[in-house]
Design a protein around this ligand. Structure first.
Ligand SMILES: [Zn+2]
Ligand SMILES: [Zn+2]
Length: 46
């Protein structure tokens, strides 16, 4: 077992950020630092 939390979007990279909208833990590739959102939420917000 790994102690690292995996990105909830790709489930292959360690999560380094938390989306401020849905709370998902995501890796840098799936996080938008400008908005503080995961890529799922960033795509849903104008
Ligand atoms: Zn990811
Ligand atoms: Zn999100």
């Amino acid at each position: 077992m790994s102690l690292e939390t995996l990105c909830q979007i790709c489930e292959s990279a360690p999560a380094a950020y938390q989306c401020r909208r849905c709370g998902a833990l995501v890796c840098p590739a799936h996080y938008d630092e400008e908005t503080g959102l995961c890529t799922d939420c960033a795509a849903a917000v104008p």
